[in-house]
Structure formats: structure tokens, C-alpha cells
Design a protein around this ligand. Sequence first.
Ligand SMILES: [Fe+2]
Ligand SMILES: [Fe+2]
Length: 293
Amino acid sequence: MARHAHKETIVVRKDLDFGLDSDDIPRYWMAGDAYRTRVFDAIQATFPDGERYFISAVRAFRDRIQDPELLQAVKDFTMQEGQHGQVHTRYNERLRRQGIDVEAFVKHTRAMCDGRLQRLSPEYNVALTAALEHFTAMMADLFFAEKAVLEGADPRVRAMFAWHAIEEMEHKSVAYDVMQQIAGVGYFTRVLAMTHATASFSLYSVVAPWFMLAMDGYTVRERVSLYGRGLGWLLGPRKGVMRRLLPMIASYYRPGFHPEDLPTVHNYGAWVAAYAESGDPLAAADAMHAAAA
Ligand SMILES: [Fe+2]
Ligand SMILES: [Fe+2]
């Protein structure tokens, strides 16, 4: 496959209004389903600090970048992640108003990210960032390629995730290029970091909603039953959201892999066109959803 076969333009978009402060967004915005809602909510709670970590890991190599195109990409990547951090911080406020101790999740993420920056080499941190960025780009695909995943979601929350997904796909190769071209990270460290990222992401995605549902007031017995039903939705072999994840993770282990080898989700263009026409991230997300398989 030709290198850079699936490259999108990184567009920095600012001050998008999703209407996230509205009081009428349901507590369980994901079609009334507590488990599904809290899977998304718990993952997104890590974004502000996680993305600050990505920015630090990439910027550690900025002074060594000579290529103007890569320098610009790093700048745009930083701006996009900065915007994501702001919006997800506001979303976390919503969770706090619901009585969720969101600080517990934020503190956990911050301690983990600070610990990595202090203890691990800059090369390993940028490799971990590249791996986690592959994850966010894969999520973008898993959540938006098929209609069924976000069917019945509140349009405002869905619009926030759609915008984030779009921009993750646009900058999916920036950390990877810095890791490879500037940090000189080789195959072994790259796949070690991917193994690390996969373990840590999977563990968090299963464990964190458990605690968030406890904060919602669900007893252990009720949570076991929510998980019993919810894990099929997440991991089921035929219709589970994550079933297409393994081949996408596996591709990262291929020597010579580049993030732009993987196609951008087919309805990316529907979002971009609708946003260009309306300037409204809700209309863009609706168009993307309508164009999903
Ligand atoms: Fe992001
Ligand atoms: Fe990102």
C-alpha cells in the first residue's frame, strides 16, 4: 500500500457549541442505558489530562524537528488536543453536577500521566502516545462507522464525540511520525508501548465504569447484572462494538505499519461537508450518523 494513502487535512476548529450545559440532557444519555453511558463517560473523563500528556510527550521533541510540514502538524495537533481538553473538562463538570466524583478519575489519570513523564524516557512516552493515538483513531471508527452503536444517543453528547472523532482521524499520524522520524523509536519499543497501551486501556474501560455506576447508587448485585448485559454489547463476537478492534490493533504490530495505511472512516466526509455548510457541529454529527452503515 502506498504510504500516506489515507491522509486527511488537520483543521483547527475553535469554540464549537454543543449545548452541553443544557439541563435537559438525560443522565443516561446513551439511549437511557446506564452501563453504556458510563463506559463513554468514564473513558472521556480521562481526556483532559490524557491529552495534556500526549501534548507534552510530542512537544518534548519539537526543538529537533526541522521539517516545516511536521512542525506545522505538531502545532495543529497541539491546538486540536487543547480544544478537546477544554470541552471534556466542561463535560466533566456535567458529571460533577450529577453527583459523580469525577475528581477521582481525573486524579487517577493525572497521577498516571505525571508518573510516566517523570519515570519513563521521552522516547517511550512518545511511543505510548503514538499507541494511544492509534486507539483514539480506532475508537473514532468503532463508534461512528455503524449506526447501531450510537443510535438513541443524545444528539448533543453524540456531536461532541463526533467532532472529537473527526479530529483524532485528522491528526492520527502526528505522534507516530514524531516517534519514528524524530525520536528514532524502533519496532520493539513501538510494539511494547502498544501492548502496554492495550492492557492499560482495556483494564480502565472495564473497571472505571464499575466505580462510576457505584457513584450512581447501583449496588454490587445491580452492577453485576448491568455488566452481564453490557459486556455483550461491548465485546460480543458478532455485534459487539469492539469486535473490529483486534484486527486494527494487530495492524500496529506489522513492521512498516503507518497510521495512514488504515482508511479513514467512510462517513468522515459527511461530517466535514455538513460542517462546512452549516458551521453547526450538531448538524455535522447528524449527517455523519445518517451516513453510517
Ligand atoms: Fe483528542
Ligand atoms: Fe489525539
